[in-house]
Structures are given as C-alpha cells and as structure tokens.
Design a protein around this ligand. Structure first.
Ligand code: SAM
Length: 277
C-alpha cells in the first residue's frame, strides 16, 4: 500500500458506523487503547484510564501553562482527562471526522471546550508551526502509519526544545519471526508495525533523548482477550448497532491478537523521550 492509501484506510475504517459503535460500546468508552489490568481483573474502562494516569504521572508537572498535543486522539478521553486534572490546554488531531464530532460533543458536554480543541488532520503532516507544544502525546495510533519515521519527524518539529514526547504503540516483538503476524495485521488493514528496537534507534537520530521505555507487553493479550470476551458476551446487543459481519470478523481478528500476544510476537509499552534543549 502507498503511504496516502494507508492514511485513507485508517480514515475510512474509523469513520465507519460499525467501527464507531464497536469502539464506543465495547473497547473502553472514551478510550481506545490497551489498558493496565491488575492481576485480579478490573474493567476495561478502569484499565484504560489507568494507562492514561500512568503516562501522565511520568511527565514533568503538567499545569495550566502547558500546551499538549494528542495525535490520533480518538474520542478525546485522554485529552479531557489531562485538561480536567491538570488544567493544561490540549489540542487533538485525528484523521477520523466521525470520532472528532463525538470528541467535540463530549468535550462540550463536560464543559471543557475552552481547554480542548479538536482538529481534523494527518499526523504525518501536522498543521502547526515549529516549537508549538510542551508535550506531544499519542496512544495506540502510530501503528496506523505507513511512515512512522515521518510522524516522529513531525513530532520533533512541533515540540519545543526540551519538550516531552510520550506514547504507547502495539508493536511487533524485536525477535518476531517473519510472516507470523499476517492475520494480526489484516484485522485493521495494516502493512507493518513498529518495534521497541525501531523506536530506540530512530529517536536519537531525530534529536530525542530517551527518558524511559517501559515494556508492558503482557498487558496486550490481556486487554485484547477482555475486549473479545465482552464482545462475545454482548454479541446480540452489539450486532444491532454495528453489524453481524463486522462483529464476527472482529471476534476472529481479536483472537489472532490474543494468540500472537501470548506467543510473545507482539509488544506494547509506554515510551517517553525528550527533545534536546
Ligand atoms: C486505536 S485508536 C486510538 C485513539 C486514542 N489515541 C485513544 O487512545 O483513545 C487510533 C486512532 O488513530 C487515528 N489515526 C489513524 N491514522 C491517523 C493519521 N494518519 N493521522 C491522525 N490520526 C490517525 C484514528 O483515527 C484513531 O483515532
């Protein structure tokens, strides 16, 4: 697939009614990312929020003077959490206008319209001047890029010198055998995935210092397994708002992710960098 095709695929995938209803009702409400689950279980919504809290705790004191950019922001759950908790201003960029509309509506309803702005845009060509943000944030969105290095170059351009860049990403394991991820990639129409090795190599080339890379890969099969179980439990309800074909495909596709995660072919974690001052 060409790079522009990859962007179009992500846009039409997340814009579709079937995906919108699935992510909204099953994945984690306002959050569409891997959660952090305690050993004993916990709900998808609580686990998803725990990821946001843990990422925020790693940053250098967010406050009302800080400007944060969330790229691939989904329904904006993290942006509203950061704005509500720390008073900072958060700009959301997302290629899906379906999600952006819901993001604006939720932001208005929660009285945060002066703190959270929502823009339609592609993270491979960010619509901002250089040195615009204190923090750039991203959760489980870089997997959708056909040119991850380009996204990281854009982050390095728009973050201020000394500013922070923190993200999570479902990745392939550094030692993943060739070819085994095909069914995993097919679920959401991906060509390739990043890896810890790739990110650790590219960031210094772009002027970033590593602050911390936290490998939390075991959470990935746990999360995908929980989503799959909930989808099976609420099958009759969800096929009415999404579609039977979509839900059946998703149950099968999520199974491939759980399987690959358990075999340690997939990785996931929180990666935190700082642009040299
Ligand atoms: C798994 S969702 C994560 C959403 C959000 N970060 C969260 O954690 O709730 C992936 C997101 O990446 C967005 N996305 C994919 N490709 C993009 C691109 N080229 N530019 C901007 N956003 C993109 C999708 O529209 C979707 O909102």
């Amino acid at each position: 697939m060409g790079e522009q095709d990859v962007v179009k695929v992500a846009e039409s995938y997340y814009d579709s009614r079937e995906a919108d209803q699935f992510y909204l009702n099953i994945w984690g409400g306002e959050d569409i990312h891997v959660g952090l689950y305690p050993e004993a279980g916990g709900s998808i919504i609580e686990a998803s929020r725990a990821t946001v809290e843990r990422m925020a705790s790693k940053l250098d004191g967010l406050n009302p003077d800080k400007r944060v950019l969330d790229i691939g922001a989904g329904y904006g759950g993290s942006a509203r959490y950061l704005a509500k908790t720390f008073g900072c201003h958060v700009t959301c960029v997302n290629i899906s206008e379906t999600q952006n509309q819901r993001n604006r509506q939720l932001t208005d309803e929660q009285g945060l319209a002066d703190k959270v702005s929502v823009l339609h845009g592609n993270f491979e060509a960010l619509p901002f001047e250089a040195n615009s943000f204190d923090v750039v944030w991203c959760q489980d969105s870089l997997l959708h890029s056909g040119n991850r290095r380009r996204v990281l170059e854009e982050v390095a351009r728009v973050v201020k010198p000394g500013g922070e860049w923190i993200f999570t990403d479902p990745m392939q394991a550094d030692d993943c055998p060739r070819g085994v991820l095909k069914p995993v990639l097919d679920r959401i129409h991906l060509d390739t995935m990043g890896s810890f090795e790739f990110y650790k190599k590219v960031h210094p080339e772009l002027g970033f210092d590593e602050v911390e890379v936290e490998d939390l890969s075991w959470q990935l099969p746990r999360h995908y397994g929980r989503v799959r179980n909930d989808l099976q439990t609420r099958y009759d309800e969800i096929i009415k708002v999404s579609s039977k074909a979509y839900v059946d495909r998703m149950i099968e596709g999520l199974g491939h992710w759980v399987d690959a995660g358990k075999k340690k072919y997939l990785s996931w974690g929180i990666l935190h960098f700082r642009l040299k001052a």
